[in-house]
Design a protein around this ligand. Structure first.
Ligand code: NDP
Length: 310
């Protein structure tokens, strides 16, 4: 593969990457999509998706990803399952170094997504998808009439907590301090919501549950180490997201949130010929459908640049 210069190389197998591949393939740009060893991205851990248009009965996350991938393949995308170690963006064609070799790319679409940060405790893993979530928009609906907790004190935590009040009867906001990191407008909105009860100076010590899933959470005081149990049906982690940008080695400009910076209304990055789509670029919407949308934009912008090159 070493000297094979590809028109469009897409890094990342999630909604942004697959959609970029569909558009690039249909523009006859013969894209190569490099997906890691866990393709599908964050949606692979989502059970049911009820907000992706076109699936009135909802669709499981992995099923949606498999279909997008199959569609990308059918229109002519080539796939490479490999881990991208680094990229060299100093000259076009760009060099993409993977575990097994090197790919040369006239244009590059980065759609590596973001990872929700997790607490890293064993019980969190144990109840993942059975009461533990990191996406209220994805899973909030399942807590209609129930009580839930959100962990974190930033804008995401506030947004998730406020959203969850549409479904849950009560939402505890568990935060390790007594001051929210969130913007004032968001914090004020959260504190004014009668369905939300902040639980200050608290960290999750253990998530409690049984065969049916989460039944509660053991909280530990950050002041005196004392513990108390709270009965809840679900817990949402909102302690931040980590855009997957390490392999870039600082060659692209990032935003204050660590996302790849793109020009307004565009997926163009600080390097000509490199485009970014999906959660690696977006810290605000972070939805499958918006990721697909920016993936589409990136492919159109990449193929237009190829036309200009000619
Ligand atoms: P942030 O990094 O802003 O906040 C993370 C929160 O989680 C903090 O309150 C932090 O506590 C807490 N936290 C972190 N690690 C742990 C841990 N191990 N245990 C317990 N608590 C922990 O992330 P967000 O996802 O909230 O926001 C990311 C960016 O996206 C921000 O710039 C935000 O403004 C932006 N955003 C904007 C939105 C909007 O404008 N509508 C919506 C969502 C996000 P502590 O405060 O003590 O550090």
């Amino acid at each position: 593969m070493a000297n094979d210069v590809r028109n469009v190389v897409i890094i990342g197998g999630g909604p942004a990457g697959y959609t970029a591949a569909i558009y690039a393939a249909r523009a006859a740009a013969s894209p190569l999509l490099i997906e890691g060893f866990e393709p599908g991205g964050q949606l692979m851990t989502t059970t049911e998706i009820e907000n992706f248009p076109g699936f009135e009965e909802s669709i499981a996350g992995p099923e949606l990803m498999n279909r997008m991938k199959a569609q990308a393949g059918r229109v002519g995308t080539e796939f490479l399952t490999d881990a991208v170690e680094s990229v060299d963006l100093s000259n076009r064609p760009f060099r993409v170094k993977t575990n097994t070799g090197e790919v040369l790319a006239k244009t590059l679409i980065i759609a590596t997504g973001a990872k929700a940060k997790w607490l890293g405790i064993e019980s969190e893993q144990k109840f993942m998808g059975r009461g533990v979530s990191a996406c209220a928009t994805c899973d909030g609906f399942f807590y209609r009439g129930k009580e839930v907790a959100v962990v974190g004190g930033g804008d995401t935590a506030c947004e998730e907590a406020i959203y969850l009040t549409n479904h849950a009867t009560k939402v505890y906001l568990v935060h390790r301090r007594d001051e929210l990191r969130a913007s004032k407008i968001m914090a004020d909105r959260l504190l004014a919501n009668p369905k939300i009860e902040p639980v200050w100076y608290s960290m999750v010590d253990e998530i409690l549950g049984d065969d049916s899933g989460v039944t509660g959470v053991r909280l530990k005081s950050t002041k005196d180490g004392s513990t108390k149990d709270l009965a809840i049906d679900g817990i949402f982690m909102a302690i931040g997201h980590q855009p997957m940008v390490d392999f870039l080695g600082g060659q692209l400009e990032l935003t204050a949130t660590g996302n790849i910076k793109t020009a307004p209304d565009s997926t163009k990055t600080s390097v000509k010929g490199v485009f970014a789509a999906g959660d690696v670029q977006d810290s605000v919407y972070r939805q499958a459908v918006t990721a697909a949308g920016t993936g589409c934009m990136a492919a159109i912008e990449a193929t237009r640049l190829l036309e200009e090159d000619e």
